[in-house]
Design a protein around this ligand. Sequence first.
Ligand code: GRF
Length: 200
Amino acid sequence: MKKLGILVSGRGSNMVAIADACEQGDLSASVELVISNNKDSLALVSAQEKNIKTAHIGSSNYPDPDALDMAMTDALNKHHIDLVLLAGYMKKIGPKVLSSYRGRIINIHPSLLPKFGGKGMFGINVHRAVLAAGEKESGVTIHLVDGEYDQGAILAQQTVSIAPNETSESLAAKVLKVEHVLFAETIQKIVDGSIILPSD
Ligand code: GRF
């Protein structure tokens, strides 16, 4: 059974979707650890309600970036994590975590990368930019993490249509619904070998 470590910063709805998929048997994996840089993140509360181990590892309790990087690596190693999922995690991954888990760190982004990705492209900003650009469709991208924001090999994408009267809020809601399904489906494909990761 693949052990998942999930990094979160805020609401954590994608983490909940993954945990639910595991509980319902749709994803042959287990969420062993949820780490947040934000001690007040709702995701930590949701994880604790699901009896999932949590850790707060952020600049507030690890001001030195190297110490933070080491603490995160140690926490993931201690729980024998196989795959690291970034689910709304707003910080860059440190070099130690990157090297220890190279090819096994997966992020979800609410646009069709490489469009509308990169620094500052998060949350409602993404959907505002998509609409401002007059795009006819948006979507979800799941990709490997290689140290730069929203780069790395794309593992899965799914498009979402944009209605004539679409608002950034309505688009965000449509995209999030797809995220919750596509993330678990894609991780399941990694687990069952349909998607081969470079570290395999
Ligand atoms: C999602 O839109 C995800 O694509 C992006 O950040 C958001 C996190 O939402 N990386 P949640 O915290 O999983 O609800």
